[in-house]
Write a protein that binds this ligand. Sequence first.
Ligand SMILES: [Zn+2]
Length: 243
Amino acid sequence: MKTVGVAAAAASMAALAGTYRVSFGSRSQLFGAFPYAGPAGDPAAPVVALTFDDGPNEPWTSRLLDTLADREVPATFFQVGRCAERYPDTTRRVLAEGHVLGNHSLSHSFSRYLSQPDQRAEIAGGAEVLRTISGVTPALYRPPWLCHWPWVLRSVAAAESAVVSGTFAHPLEVVQPAAARLTAGAVRRTRPGGMLILHDGREARGGPRAATVASVGPLIDRLRGRGYRFTTVDRLLGLIPYR
Ligand SMILES: [Zn+2]
């Protein structure tokens, strides 16, 4: 009897997990929810997605790409159109090295989020600049400041894109505290199926990102020490990355 009870409990848990996965990957989620994580998956082999916003921004993005290449880690870059115009070769390198390119608006302008058609133009303009430079049209959109007002979500859906949230790796990253602090904070905030948000730029302005870049190698090493494998946002969420 006891064995039957355990089996039934295991079956219902598996069904719950299955329901979670199915609902997470469904189209309805694309048009309403704001996914900050994917399925937790196998506890013995947890996955996490490293994501980098507000680039490209040199020389920091290239140094970051060197670190990722050294450790053979794929990542997802949510780039700003105006930054990609400044460093188009870096945007192309992101793709050439097997990373995923996402859209993070045209100009990262807060005021353009307050009204239409400006807000829609931020989404379409970012996608168009990235397409012109890279040849692919990103279908993953991370709104600046993770702004997910209803009209933003509707505009993303209308642009045949999926909105992506995540977990900030460290609340003070913007002011670049010591790399060791960034690493420790990011490790603490990592959960199986999570999408960690770091920044290789600052909005559309660029600026130094030495601490962020220096934090990433040790972060990868420490997460690997805990059994983590690295994936990209599209694979984690079961989405198609490009239109
Ligand atoms: Zn941003």
